[in-house]
Ligand binder design. Structure first.
Ligand SMILES: Cc1ncc(COP(=O)(O)O)c(C=O)c1O
Length: 411
């Protein structure tokens, strides 16, 4: 059997399980209830003007491409200055840019935990964190129940009981979490996690690594993120902020970027050991300019009105869904955390609901295994500052008609 034939068979298997992934081209006239462009910055004239201003005012001598890896020819004063600016905004000692959130998580998790160290992670952390852990030299990698403080406590207690090096503080324990989970849309109990870790690992060998991908721009004063909203910056060993979601450094520039916030020694360590930083071409000037533009807007508070509008839309949809869901037991359940732009609609037939919405011009996505565990299928709905009340009401009417029709067909 040829290799390509075996590919076809694998794809066929996915097809039969309705799990085959396909690239789709968004219809520009559809209403976006799906993308991670939470602040609608990618279409914002303010952002466009700021970015074009930076690009147009670059001196003619400014190379557009980076020319190589950061460690060879790809570094620049502009990149270093930008890292300082971003780190200062996030109240962090230093920052290190990566070409994507995926690269950042892989770089951090593959290199920072030392041989034998323990990694304890939320069971729903992103695939990129799993990829990093897979490449890591750490010893045990143990998951705890999603956002469950008791489960984290149990796992940490077990590590302390079973391993005298952990108990003595001579072996590090990394606790890997996100601030908002992309598929559930819920917010992690960060302060409670910190209390548990400090309680069980009093020697200071517990290190938090937090991914703020979905909180950046949306939560915290001026969109600084959840860690800064809670004032727990100093409790986090490493924070990863990605720019491809609410910060719109994607689409036009076809690329995602991220910053790792950490102490200067950790930054130096990553420059020496994070292979996803070392062995890749550094970001070129247009990408750096996109980050600069968005952080200037954040820093000047110019994205706060978008944050505010987004929060109002979230409240509006939340209250409507909370009325509808109890009337449709068994067919619709809503998972939504206050303030989160991501709504998770749990239904046993997500494909049908998503298809009906798509046909009516509303882009929502069904989320199926293997992206989520079997039994946790859902329709994911994301709000954006650029959505309108009319759009939301229109989608809610579509949802209601679908629920009514489905209830009748089930009779
Ligand atoms: C929580 C989380 N971390 C990291 C990433 C990867 O970020 P990027 O898209 O910048 O590679 C994603 C997105 O896909 C994500 O949802």
């Amino acid at each position: 059997m040829s290799l390509v034939h075996s590919f076809r068979q694998a794809l066929q298997k996915r097809e039969l399980k309705s799990a085959r992934r396909r690239l789709t081209i968004p219809n520009p006239s559809s209403i976006d209830f799906s993308s991670n462009d939470f602040l609608s910055l990618s279409t914002s004239p303010v952002y466009r003007a700021k970015l074009l201003h930076i690009l147009n005012n670059a001196p003619p001598s400014q190379p557009l491409a980076s020319g190589g890896s950061r460690l060879l020819d790809g570094n620049s004063a502009y990149a270093e200055e930008l890292e300082k600016f971003v780190a200062e905004f996030h109240n962090a000692p230093t920052g290190l840019l990566f070409n994507s959130g995926f690269d950042a998580n892989v770089g951090v998790l593959s290199s920072v935990p030392q041989p034998g160290d323990v990694i304890v992670y939320d069971e729903l952390i992103h695939a990129s964190a799993h990829e990093g852990m897979r490449l890591s030299r750490a010893g045990p990698r143990v998951s705890f129940k999603h956002s469950c403080v008791e489960s984290l406590r149990e796992i940490l207690l077990k590590q302390v009981e079973n391993d005298s090096l952990v108990r003595d503080g001579r072996r590090n324990v990394f606790i890997v979490i996100e601030s908002i989970y992309s598929m559930e849309g819920d917010v992690a109990p960060i302060k409670e996690f910190v209390r548990v870790a400090e309680d069980i690992l009093p020697k200071g060998n517990g290190y938090f690594i937090i991914d703020e991908a979905h909180a950046t721009g949306v939560f915290g004063p001026r969109g600084t993120g959840l860690v800064q909203e809670l004032g727990v910056e100093e409790k986090m060993f490493i924070r990863v902020h990605t720019f491809g979601k609410a910060l719109a450094c994607h689409g036009a520039l076809m690329m995602y970027q991220a910053v790792v916030l950490c102490c200067p020694d950790t930054r130096d360590y990553l420059i020496n050991y994070a292979r996803s930083l070392i062995y890749t071409t550094a970001l070129g000037f247009p990408f750096l300019a996109a980050i600069r533009a968005v952080y200037e807007l954040l820093s000047a508070g110019e994205t706060e009105p978008f944050q505010h509008t987004l929060q109002q839309l979230i409240l509006h949809l939340h209250s409507q869904l909370m009325e509808i869901a109890p009337l449709n037991p068994g067919l619709l359940e809503i998972d939504h955390f206050p303030g989160s732009p991501i709504f998770s609609l749990r239904t046993p037939i997500p494909r049908q609901l998503a298809d009906v919405c798509q046909r009516k011009g509303f882009v929502v996505r069904k989320i199926m295994p293997p992206t989520v565990p079997a039994g946790k299928e859902r329709v994911r709905v994301c709000l954006h500052a650029g959505n309108t009340l009319d759009e939301i009401d229109g989608w809610v009417r579509t949802l209601q008609s679908w629920l009514e029709a489905t209830q009748i067909s089930l009779l």
